[in-house]
Design a protein around this ligand. Structure first.
Ligand code: CMP
Length: 137
């Protein structure tokens, strides 16, 4: 279980046709995509997904952006998946993200930053439940 993580390809990246380019980076690194789903998050689920950020100044914009269009969620498996995937996506703010990282190459701004990945096993469990949990096909 510790070797699984969840990523979301965010609405900006889906709109720009980057689903394949982003997923292929994980496969290229030897990680396995073991579940895949395209969906539109409801406001309620977006708030649950990002509940650690409730009350922060960017929370409203974050929820409104992540619900603005389809996203792609992937369950990714491999040794040290959480750490490796976080390294591959780069820092939250694209201004700080080196070229070669997913955000460094594709993110537009701190809000439209192309991708999310779980930052810990605890976050992964919560996020997985929101996206792939019971009654969510
Ligand atoms: P993500 O990795 O999806 O997790 C929380 C998101 O909040 C983050 O990416 C950013 O898109 C968004 N966000 C917007 N403003 C900020 C900020 N000032 N600091 C951190 N995250 C922010």
């Amino acid at each position: 279980m510790n070797d699984r993580t969840l990523i979301l390809i965010k609405p900006d990246a889906v709109r720009r046709g980057l689903i394949g380019a982003i997923l292929s980076r994980f496969e290229g690194k030897g990680l396995k995509i073991v579940k895949l789903k395209m969906l539109e998050l409801s406001e309620k689920d977006a708030k649950r997904f990002y509940d650690v950020h409730v009350g922060k100044p960017f929370f409203k914009d974050l929820v409104s952006f992540i619900t603005s269009g389809p996203i792609v969620a992937a369950l990714i498996e491999g040794e040290n998946a959480i750490k490796i995937v976080r390294e591959m996506i780069g820092p939250t703010n694209p201004k700080e993200a080196p070229k070669g990282t997913i955000r460094g190459d594709f993110a537009k701004s701190i809000t439209e930053n192309a991708i999310h990945a779980s930052d810990s096993f605890e976050s992964f469990l919560k996020e997985y439940e929101v996206i792939f949990g019971s009654n969510k096909n």
